[in-house]
Design a protein around this ligand. Structure first.
Ligand code: PMP
Length: 355
């Protein structure tokens, strides 16, 4: 068994279940219940006609997507990095920016992948407790560190931290890279993106997985100062230029999604409307619901254990997310589905509570 002593062992991130089959209601991985913009389908069909392009390596710079993002967000090309979902962008960023002996700081309750990457890349890290109400205390990030990562809005809490607070963290840490992971920003709150012009230590990470209904396409991006982005590209191109670039299909599809602003706004509006309604309905059923700026709700019930509700819903083929972790092991994270899916959820909950 000696070879096992030389192995880099890690405790992997555990993604939400991806059950398949008929009649399943999936409210557990924050996917968008609506399809991508119609233009995405056309882009995919056009690409299919040109399938021979697969023979060639893709553009390592993913130029087509970068230009579309540059136009859309009004950010120069040199400030944009793209990857295979924001998970890839974040992993590359951890590897690039957090090479200090001082600890990387992130909240104790946040996207659990941060801890996995910190362990994998052997980055010393310190988890900063959220306040009792699950809000982030900006002051707590004003201590010695080798980097900071904050999801805003945070997951799984769904809470948004306002820009003055985010800026206070960045401004107090000019000697560290600060990553703001904005996976859910389109569902509420103001983006930190404009701040990249003023803070060359800020990286803003975004994804097409949530608001643009393209989790399956794996498209993520980061915005930052040209210097920050060039260091990120150096690391990416030192691992694999291509798989972390975008193949032609994703690039065409992603550009098509960006170009249909009306559809995007309509989908986001619908989800926000369903979210508002869902929060009220769940509160009526006795749940405590945090104020969500995302496409999910973080809830707890005074009379029913979250783990029990999770299991009872699963028996009824409704999947929500339960984290068996300290401080949040009596909470559920429920993705906003279509109004019809949410009705099925309320009916199932009623049945469970009345049993
Ligand atoms: N950041 C946060 C906070 C998330 O919840 C997720 C989704 N699991 C991601 C990043 C990664 O999303 P993706 O890789 O699909 O872009």
């Amino acid at each position: 068994m000696s070879w096992e002593n030389n192995i880099h062992r890690v405790v992997p991130y555990v993604p939400g279940e991806q059950p398949t089959g008929e009649g399943i209601i999936k409210l557990n991985t924050n996917e968008n219940p609506y399809p991508p913009a119609p233009g995405v389908e056309k882009a995919l069909r056009d690409m299919a006609d040109d399938y021979a392009i697969m023979r060639k390596y893709p553009d390592p710079e993913a130029g087509m997507l970068v230009r579309a993002l540059s136009d859309y967000y009004n950010v120069p090309d040199e400030s944009i990095f793209v990857g295979v979902g924001s998970d890839d962008v974040l992993a590359m960023s951890f590897l690039t920016f957090f090479d200090s002996d001082k600890p990387l700081l992130f909240p104790d309750i946040t996207y659990s992948f941060y801890e996995v990457w910190a362990d994998l890349f052997r980055i010393p890290h310190k988890q900063i407790p959220l306040r009792g109400d699950f809000t982030i205390d900006p002051e707590a990030y004003m201590q010695m560190n080798g980097g900071i990562v904050i999801a805003n809005p945070n997951a799984p809490t769904s809470l948004y931290l306002d820009i003055p607070a985010i800026e206070s963290i960045i401004a107090a840490n000019l000697d560290s890279v600060v990553i703001v992971d904005e996976a859910y920003i389109d569902f509420g709150g103001e983006s930190a993106l404009p701040l990249i012009k003023r803070y060359d230590n800020l990286l803003v990470v975004r994804t097409f997985s949530k608001s643009r209904s393209m989790a399956g396409a794996r498209v993520g991006m980061a915005f930052g100062s040209p210097r920050l982005i060039s260091y990120l590209k150096d690391v990416k191109f030192s691992i694999n230029s291509y798989t972390m670039s975008h193949d032609v299909i994703r690039m065409g599809a992603a550009s098509a999604a960006l170009s249909d602003k009306e559809y995007f706004e309509d989908v986001v509006e619908r989800i926000i409307a369903t979210r508002t309604d869902a929060a009220a309905r769940l509160r009526d059923m006795g749940f405590k619901v945090l104020d969500s700026s995302t496409n999910f709700l973080f809830v707890t019930h005074p009379d029913h254990r979250a783990g029990d509700i999770y299991s009872a819903l699963k028996e009824r083929r409704i999947y929500v997310r339960y984290f068996n972790r300290p401080r949040i092991d009596d909470h559920l994270r429920i993705t906003i589905g279509t109004p019809e899916e949410m009705e099925s959820l309320y009916a199932a909950l009623k049945e469970i509570f009345d049993a």
